[in-house]
Every structure is written in C-alpha cells, then in structure tokens.
Ligand binder design. Structure first.
Ligand SMILES: Cc1cc2nc3c(=O)[nH]c(=O)nc-3n(C[C@H](O)[C@H](O)[C@H](O)COP(=O)(O)O)c2cc1C
Length: 212
C-alpha cells in the first residue's frame, strides 16, 4: 500500500485547466491502484507560509536550543517532508505564472527541499530517486519550437532541474497550451489548437496514470 501525493497550485479553484487535467490523472491512477490512496494538498486554498528566518536558522540549531518560533517552523517543514517522502508517486499541477511557477508552489518547494532530508550530495542517497512524478503545466500562450515565445518558458526547465535533477524523480510532463485562446479575442484563430492541446493533455494524463 502506498499513496499518490497530489498537489494543486493554480490560484483558480474552479475553471482551472491544470486542476482538470490533474483530476483526470488522479481518477485514472486510482483505477489502476485500487488498494492505494491519495493524499491531496491545495496550495491555493490552503497556502503555506514562505520560508522564514526561524525555519532557516532552526535547521542549524539543535532541537533542545530552538526558540518556540524555530520549533514551530521546523515542525511544519517536517510534516511536509514526511508527507512528501511517504508517497510512492506524485502529481503536481503547476500553471505558468509570469513565465515561471506560482509562488505558492515555490513556497512548498522551499519548505520541503532540505539538506539531509530530501536533498543529498550523491544521487544514490536521495530517497525519492526513481519514483514517478507527473507534472501538469498549463499556460495561456504557446512556447513550443518555432513560436515567438520559444525559450521563455522557465517552468519546465526549472522543474526538470529541481524535481528530476535534485530529487531524482522520473518525470512526465503534460503541457496544455494556449488556454487563454478562449478568453482573449486576439487569440481566437488559435482556438482549435487550444482545444487539441487540452484534449491531448487529458489523453496523456490517462496514459501516464497507467504507467505510474
Ligand atoms: C498571474 C498570472 C500570470 C500568468 N502568466 C502567464 C505567462 O507568463 N505566460 C502564459 O502563457 N500564460 C500566463 N498566464 C495564463 C495561465 O498560464 C493560464 O491561464 C493557465 O491556464 C493557468 O492555469 P489554470 O488554468 O490551471 O489556472 C498567467 C495567468 C495568471 C493568473
């Protein structure tokens, strides 16, 4: 028995493409893993604090010497780290905000990525090494090869660096693009492409759930 850790981060609680594609993945994953469970965290509905001085200095202070503030900050981190390390697989939905990831998701990363707990110098020391993770990263525009915005996506390279590079996760990335085409009249000609991208994202979510 294991669990899928499913983390949503879109600030939109309804009408969010990344949440919808993530839900498709979760439903399909549960069908494939009827004995397993899902642990769910919503970083928009229940935001985490950004890293505080107490959290940083608390890590360098022995437990007996920590202030109340340091102890509380470390306790929160430890809860998030245990939740993360206990999972057998991961689903992260991470829309593009200003070419990068939502600040709520960055706050989660900063709380969980801790030397000696989740980060280690040698790849074979990393406890999450080789676990599967699916990332759904929706974006209003298109960033593929040959588009005017090629090279301006700082979501996928960053997540590859931290999730695959630092944590050793085996990543599959789903990218529903052009999601703003339905709201932005200037993007109306791109609506068929947006539809196709969204449909493909749901198909990939089903496929990756069978592998995860
Ligand atoms: C604060 C904010 C910043 C955004 N920045 C970008 C951006 O830099 N590039 C882009 O293509 N779309 C951008 N968008 C559009 C979102 O990426 C798009 O609406 C996406 O579908 C959001 O994911 P969601 O549907 O899961 O909420 C932004 C949206 C918001 C709310």
């Amino acid at each position: 028995m294991t669990y899928l850790l499913h983390i949503d981060s879109s600030s939109l609680l309804t009408g969010s493409v990344s949440r919808e594609v993530g839900a498709t993945f979760q439903t399909a994953w549960q069908k494939e893993h009827p004995d397993d469970t899902v642990v769910y965290r919503d970083l928009a509905a229940d935001p985490l604090p950004h890293l505080t001085p107490a959290a940083i200095t608390g890590r360098f202070t022995s437990p007996a010497d920590r202030t109340e503030g340091q102890a509380a900050a470390i306790a929160l981190q430890d809860t998030l780290i245990e939740e993360f390390l206990g999972a057998g697989a991961y689903l992260f939905t991470v829309p593009m905000y200003n070419h990068s990831i939502p600040s709520g998701f960055k706050a989660w990363i900063d709380q969980v990525f801790v030397n000696g707990r989740t980060l280690f110098p040698a790849p074979d020391q990393v406890p999450t090494r080789g676990r599967r993770a699916v990332v759904v990263t929706s974006r209003g525009g298109g960033y593929g090869p040959g588009t005017p915005r090629e090279g301006m996506d700082h979501v996928i390279p960053y997540l590859r660096s931290v999730m695959a590079g630092s944590l050793g996760l085996n990543l599959d990335i789903i990218t529903p693009e052009l999601t703003m085409a339905h709201r932005n009249p200037a993007m109306a000609p791109l609506r068929p492409q947006a539809e196709a991208s969204r449909a493909r994202a749901h198909e990939e979510a089903e496929q990756f759930a069978r592998l995860a």
